[in-house]
Design a protein around this ligand. Structure first.
Ligand code: GLY
Length: 419
């Protein structure tokens, strides 16, 4: 197909970011603040998993067994949220709905209570703040809870943000978002190895950049990695509902309510404007849209914990795919194979599974740092938005090293800089 004359000129930037979900947009914003030019490529920014997400900033109640290293990431990213939000709100001149609401985790029956009590020991051993409550004490804090609960747990440090407001705010402060699909990475081979030097778009244009970041989540349109680079992702789909009390009624909930109902997890996240987000199922099947069973299960389980939710209007049903990895930790860093070593000019930021919103401050800061190291400019300072120590960052980058898939020892190798 001929390329129209006005599209024939290649675009150039310091960084091309493929994928305009919360991770790609936030990384571009960090880099723009550091003085670089970043182009984000996405046909519909903010419309993937970031659109569905409820936005719990809940490192403790999102913790599960065998997730010690992931918990450290979640805890440290949650601690960065207030600084991240303050900087973004100042740049975008808007409120992104960060609320230090507390979380109550409720058990519907005695077996659910035992499951939560076992998890509480694990969470506490890892340093998580969580306290057991009787159901009566939980109802004193949150009168809308059902009187038939078997017990509850209080996580005072688990908060929330509105992911849609974050992606909207980021789009207002980013100068270059191209609403096209990146169909191909441009690779060059030399004696020092493979380098990615940009991407080709579906309209025939190319974007030339010394560094490309792949932050595509599970969106079906993506510039594929070379075949020999292993980076398996699987879609873990989930339904999320949005509800609202009829106008004039007082708020139903003050806390985020999470719970286990006959073994199934559920959460209800109340926004300041009266919306209550209910989520989320987890299924690994091929149905892209919402499933009838998933929606009815969420409605049933939500009413079991908070009977008054039945009074709300159901305003929206979404289903999106979380990008899942083999160990539930994201991929953030350079990729390559044993044969040809890391591919230069390419950073992957993907596989955030259930934790994309929570991990955004930390992951976008580290992704921006990796880009700066890849560019290696002597004059550009690294972001000083948050005083994390180099040792902690190094440890987090090891946890997320994408090369851990092919070479498990890679988890213990440093990341960043050209090979
Ligand atoms: N972060 C919660 C979920 O993915 O359902």
């Amino acid at each position: 197909m001929p390329v129209p004359a006005d599209q024939a000129h290649p675009l150039t930037a310091d960084v091309a970011i493929v994928g305009g979900g919360i991770i790609g947009l936030a990384t571009a914003w960090r880099l723009t603040r550091a003085g670089l030019s970043a182009i984000v490529i996405d046909p519909s920014p903010g419309s993937g998993a970031s659109l569905s997400a409820a936005g719990m900033i809940a490192p403790v109640s999102e913790m599960s067994y065998q997730h010690g290293r992931l918990f450290a990431l979640m805890r440290d990213s949650a601690a960065e949220y207030p600084t991240f939000v303050a900087a973004l709100e100042a740049d975008a001149q808007t409120d992104v709905g960060y609320r230090e609401t507390e979380t109550l985790v409720c058990a519907a029956d005695p077996a659910d209570r035992q499951m939560l009590a076992d998890l509480q020991h694990y969470q506490q051993a890892a340093g998580g703040e969580v306290e057991a409550l009787t159901s009566r004490a939980a109802r004193r804090l949150e009168p809308a809870l059902s009187p038939s609960l078997s017990g509850a747990f209080h996580s005072a440090g688990d908060h929330q943000v509105n992911p849609r407001r974050i992606t909207a705010a980021l789009q207002t402060v980013l100068p270059a978002i191209i609403r096209r699909t990146a169909v191909e990475l441009i690779e060059t081979e030399s004696s020092s190895g493979t380098a990615v030097t940009g991407v080709r778009l579906d309209d025939g244009r190319t974007i030339t950049a010394p560094v490309t970041v792949l932050a595509t989540g599970m969106t079906p349109t993506r510039a594929p990695l070379p075949d020999d680079v292993p980076l398996p992702l699987r879609p873990i789909r989930g339904e999320v509902l949005r509800t609202r009390l009829p106008s004039g009624l007082p708020p139903l909930l003050e806390h985020t309510i999470r719970g286990i109902v006959t073994g199934r997890p559920i959460y209800l996240v109340p926004r300041a404007d009266g919306e209550i987000v209910i989520g989320a199922t987890s299924r690994e099947d091929n149905r892209e849209g919402p499933s009838v069973e998933g929606v009815s299960q969420l409605l049933r389980d939500a009413q079991r914990l908070v009977p008054g939710i039945g009074e709300c209007e159901l305003t929206e049903v979404t289903a999106r795919a979380r990008p899942g990895t083999h160990d539930d930790a994201p991929y953030l860093g350079t990729v390559g194979t044993a044969g040809r070593g890391p591919i230069s000019g390419l950073i992957v930021a993907n596989g955030f599974y259930r934790h994309g919103i929570l991990l955004t401050p930390l992951a976008s800061r580290l992704a921006a740092q990796l880009v700066l190291r890849e560019l290696d400019p002597p004059t550009v300072p690294e972001s000083t938005d948050h005083p994390a120590t180099a040792d902690t960052d190094h440890h987090h980058l090891q946890t997320m090293n994408p090369r851990r898939i092919a070479h498990p020892a890679a988890e213990n190798q440093p990341q960043g800089g050209r090979p």
